[in-house]
Design a protein around this ligand. Sequence first.
Ligand code: HEM
Length: 187
Amino acid sequence: MNPRLFTFVGGTTGPWAVEKMEAVVGDPLPAAKRLNIVEGAVIDRAAETVWMLRGVTSNERYATRAEKNLMAAKQVALGRPTATRAALIPIRKSAKWWAMTQDERRAVFEDTSRHVQTGLKYLPAVARRLHHCRDLGEAEPFDFLTLFDYAPADAAAFDDLVAALRVTAEWSFVEREVDIRLVRDGG
Ligand code: HEM
């Protein structure tokens, strides 16, 4: 098993109830009632599965040593007992983004858009894990699966964070984004 691979299964089973699914830009995903987050691959697709998205965690591309240290000092892992709210936000960026060089992308990501500086303000209330899809194959519908969890009391702050990111220059390269909000009710 690849320990960096995660499969997100939308359907009728799993500990997370889907509270809301919104296509922020681009095509929506079909409605699912529940989400299961599986470590590794899912070989047999159950009949009630509505969609399956896969991504791998990876090394960082853009964060500097200083930014990494600042995040390491504040960040917490997903899965705190108090973090009963979550957001799965699959994102696809445009061909124009991918045509840029690493230094050009970094300039948009942080020098112009302040992605890390903005995000840092929300740690440790929000825990995060970034999954990459782009190198898994040509047919992957998204480039990234971003996953966050937080306590109900921090839900409004999380809304502020996504709103702040969505008006940045970085987001002008986002051509598909689906915002899926989740509640862990154990069901
Ligand atoms: C909770 C606060 C957040 C922090 C501290 C944070 C931090 C970061 C960092 C450091 C990276 C770059 C990793 C690398 O160097 O490769 C990154 C990438 C990314 N983040 Fe965030 N982030 C936060 C919130 C968000 C939110 C709310 C979203 C979505 C709405 C988001 C979407 C993304 C995406 C799509 C990437 C990949 C960008 C790319 O490689 O082109 N982040 N984030």
